[in-house]
Ligand binder design. Structure first.
Ligand code: 13P
Ligand code: ZN
Length: 294
């Protein structure tokens, strides 16, 4: 019988966490992430935990399956996401360090089941040692709800990190989606292709607050990546590789912007990608840049 941590979707998630750690985006317990399980993923987890009649069956002589406490206590989320009722999320544990996720997955990660009303969760697996989901769990749930609706269920990953240069950008530029999107788009040709919808921005809000959760979900209606002013970046996509890749492109663009500011002693570049160039590049890929940011 396989372990939950060995399942492919968990391994993909661990690789994303590890990748962010290697990039230096996760000081201390900074950052968190979640993945919305498919029905097949849920069946595979149930099989690992010895629940329900799973097609894989159980190997003779397999160790006793870990217990899933179906009477587990429901914990209120403080928000409602009815279209996520009954869904399961793989999510980082609050206070866990991304550097430890690969080594201690059962402690640093866990799986939660959402109530039918999508207003509470209970733990299914992981969170060993008295752990619980990230302090941003309500935000993750609201973002998943928004992206599930906006992408007909295609988006499954929410990844939050603390890259240094993203916070430098928030110190240097107004907290305005148009200003920041344009600064990033104009640094390299790939940006308008990877995020033609631009980058959302929310102001300086309390980490883990419902206010931050709601503001991010609102911005996620139109954007796949949202900058949290003086805090970090939140990227969403269909897979862990895509969510991580989106964050990576945005961070690289911000680094180019920062380098150019250093070379030019300020944001007065001798040349940047023009709006006409942006349109030409996007058109070649059959994409439409968000007209609000042109
Ligand atoms: P958690 O440890 O609760 O996930 O908090 C980390 C963080 O980055 C909050 O925004
Ligand atoms: Zn954070």
């Amino acid at each position: 019988m396989s372990q939950v941590a060995d399942l492919e979707f968990v391994q993909d998630f661990i690789r994303m966490c590890e990748g962010g750690w290697r990039q230096g985006w996760h000081e201390r317990n900074g950052g968190n992430a979640s993945y919305r399980l498919t029905l097949e993923d849920i069946e595979a987890v149930k099989a690992c935990l010895g629940l329900g009649g799973h097609a894989f069956g159980f190997a003779v002589g397999a160790p006793e399956p870990a217990a899933f406490d179906e009477s587990g206590e429901w914990v209120s989320l403080g928000v409602e996401a009815p279209t996520l009722g009954g869904e399961w999320l793989l999510i980082t544990a609050t206070g866990s360090f991304m550097q430890n996720v690969a080594r201690l997955p059962e402690q640093c990660l866990g799986i939660i089941e959402l109530s039918e009303a999508g207003d509470a969760y209970r733990m299914v697996w992981g969170f060993e040692g008295d752990g619980r989901p990230t302090s941003e769990v309500s935000g993750h749930v609201l973002i998943h709800e928004r992206k599930k609706a906006a992408t007909q269920g295609a988006f499954r990953v929410v990844y939050h990190c603390h890259p240094t240069v993203i916070n430098a950008l928030g110190l240097a530029l107004p907290h305005d989606a148009r200003e920041i999107t344009r600064a990033l788009w104009k640094t390299m040709t790939e940006c308008v292709i990877v995020f033609p919808e631009g980058v959302g921005v929310v102001g300086c809000l309390v980490p883990g607050s419902l206010e931050l959760a709601r503001a991010t979900a609102e911005a996620a209606g139109e954007h796949n990546a949202i900058i949290w002013a003086h805090h970090g970046l939140c990227a969403t996509s269909s897979t862990c590789d895509e969510a991580f890749g989106l964050a990576h492109v945005i961070v690289k663009a911000a680094q180019i912007y920062e380098s150019a500011c250093t070379l030019c002693a300020g944001p007065y570049f001798r040349q940047a990608i023009s709006d006409e160039d942006l349109l030409r590049i996007a058109e070649a890929y059959g994409l439409t840049p968000n007209p609000k940011y042109l």
